[in-house]
Design a protein around this ligand. Sequence first.
Ligand code: AMP
Ligand code: ZN
Length: 112
Amino acid sequence: MSDCIFCKIANHEIPTTMVYEDDLVAAFADMNPQAPVHVLVVPKQHYANIVDGVPANTLAAMASAVDEVAKAKGIRESGFRVIANTGDDAGQTVHHLHWHVLGGAKMGEGLL
Ligand code: AMP
Ligand code: ZN
């Protein structure tokens, strides 16, 4: 997807603060953080969201990247949230699959 901002970030066409990366996945800082730690984990290939036929090995790589991010950011023991906004009702604004990793503070008990 030539026009997709997360494709460009994941493939180094746009500079970012990369937290973790491997062959399948990139993890970088959210530009509008909603918590002391707010990192986005994305596949390097373009999928619109989590129900867009994402291969199992890509989902596994994303889960493993969450672990790496949590370790790198020092929130693995204290806890964190992983959120995948999917579609309009969830308020998904960037239509390239991404998991928000949020932590670094005690969070409220609401939906977000
Ligand atoms: P969502 O509502 O789940 O689609 O969230 C999209 C997220 O992407 C928001 O938290 C934005 O702050 C973030 N975002 C959008 N553009 C960029 C960018 N260029 N670099 C980093 N984060 C971005
Ligand atoms: Zn994309």
